[in-house]
Design a protein around this ligand. Structure first.
Ligand SMILES: O=C[C@H](O)COP(=O)(O)O
Length: 248
């Protein structure tokens, strides 16, 4: 059985005052029946991790460099993220693929490093609106999946997040049939590549405009093991009902 996961990605949002939302989240979910992960900006990881040290909530980074240390001004490495108290790292988010020209091959290297460090990698995939309208969604997902996910992936160290780019921050979401089609496709591909043991154990998240009012419908879709939530993870009052919906 895959344990469900509610992951929040704060992106480039949150000054120290925002940690009060994390504190409220920890208070609201002292004993959740699902995993909860919050990925604040790197500047807040140390404080966030200390804040939830006695809570089941886990903290993650939003990116890491493929190398452990070195002359890479402005970058942050997997060992640094782990040393800060995080257990996980988001990799290959479409905002990084687009804004920083990250390729699937680079994301695979980052994931390898994350795995070697002991971090769980949350590897993001997703098609653009033009690609969906051209009926290329499954081809795009197949390519990103096979190249971005390294051979080191297991159900313990890897989570795959399907995030259609056109649904991120727009209030638009695919139909539940469209989400199910992609998630079932990813599951089949993972089973084919890794065998049913690992292929069935890797959790699949949906991301893109998940809100309290659509979460339950999305979580009812086959092979949706949780969500990667952006905007609605910033406030405890928005994120908590999504977590409750996942708990069922
Ligand atoms: O990583 C999170 C996703 O990009 C979704 O963001 P959103 O929930 O604000 O649409």
């Amino acid at each position: 059985m895959r344990r469900k996961l509610a992951a929040g990605n704060w992106k480039m949002n949150g000054l120290r005052a925002a940690l009060s939302e994390l504190q409220a989240l920890a208070r609201a979910h002292p004993d959740p029946s699902v995993d909860i992960l919050v990925c604040p900006p790197a500047t807040l990881i140390v404080q966030a991790a200390a804040l939830v040290a006695d809570s089941p909530i886990q903290i993650g980074g939003q990116d890491c460099h493929p190398q452990d240390f070195g002359a890479h001004t402005g970058d942050i490495s997997a060992p640094m993220i782990q040393d800060s108290g995080a257990t996980s790292v988001i990799l290959g988010h479409s905002e990084r693929r687009e804004n920083h020209n990250e390729s699937s091959a680079l994301i695979r290297e980052k994931a390898r490093t994350a795995h070697a460090t002991g971090l769980i990698s949350v590897i993001c995939l997703g098609e653009s609106l033009a690609q969906r309208e051209a009926a290329n969604t499954l081809d795009i997902i197949a390519g990103q999946l096979s190249t971005s996910v390294p051979d080191t992936a297991t159900g313990l160290n890897t989570v795959v997040a399907y995030e259609p780019i056109w649904a991120i921050g727009t209030g638009l979401t695919p139909s539940t049939d469209q989400i199910g089609e992609v998630h079932d496709f990813i599951r089949t591909r993972l089973e084919k590549r890794f065998g049913s043991g690992v292929g069935l154990s890797i959790r699949l998240l949906y991301g893109g405009s998940v809100k309290p009012d659509n979460a339950a419908d999305i979580f009812a879709v086959s092979n949706v093991d949780g969500a990667l939530v952006g905007g609605a993870s910033l406030k405890e009052s928005d994120f908590s009902p999504i977590i409750k919906a996942l708990e069922g």
